[in-house]
Design a protein around this ligand. Sequence first.
Ligand SMILES: [Zn+2]
Ligand SMILES: [Zn+2]
Length: 222
Amino acid sequence: MLDPLLSIFAPHICLGCDRTGTLLCETCKYDIISEPNSQCLRCLTPTSPTNLCRKCAASVQYDNAWCASERSGVLRSLIDSYKFHSAREAGAHITDILDHALPEITGDFTIVPVPTATAHVRSRGIDHTDYIARSLSSRRGLPYIRALGKTGSTTQHYLNRKERLLQASKGLFVRGKVPNKVLLIDDIYTTGATVDVCTKKLLENGAEQVYVAIVARQMLDE
Ligand SMILES: [Zn+2]
Ligand SMILES: [Zn+2]
């Protein structure tokens, strides 16, 4: 769905090449999805076909991870326009990109979005991560449940990893039935604190296996 008002006053322009009519034209989208990310999400060593190297796999609680891309260039603009201007069209493109980065997920996995703090949803009018999770769920034919919730309004900007871990777990709660096998969705990965605490919470509340799918990885010092 397009933002009707925005479309009237400012027709969408491709974030990659300035072509009018869409936020991301097919050519620029192809440029992103044709270059699969082959780095470990946590330590950046080359690894494929997943984005979790053996060494890191031994130190996290989730069983597998995929990350579509780095948060740079066109994808960065796309995520920024989505997060900060509630552009639903950007959400659809982001779902396309994530869908392409993921292999076939077999074996009764349920999609669970990383929760967005309630105050953020209120101010933005849309829960972006939830939107991507829902769209992916209908595309993949996988069930979806908002198993986790988050109260509070604090942002994670400018915190180090230890502070982020503390903050990420604050206000995190179980709000729905936790599935046995979870495909946890988040848009941005920075220190990994968020997926770490969400995975822990899911495992403590009935999950047996957690896979992680991230749209883009961003370095902390950027
Ligand atoms: Zn373009
Ligand atoms: Zn690694």
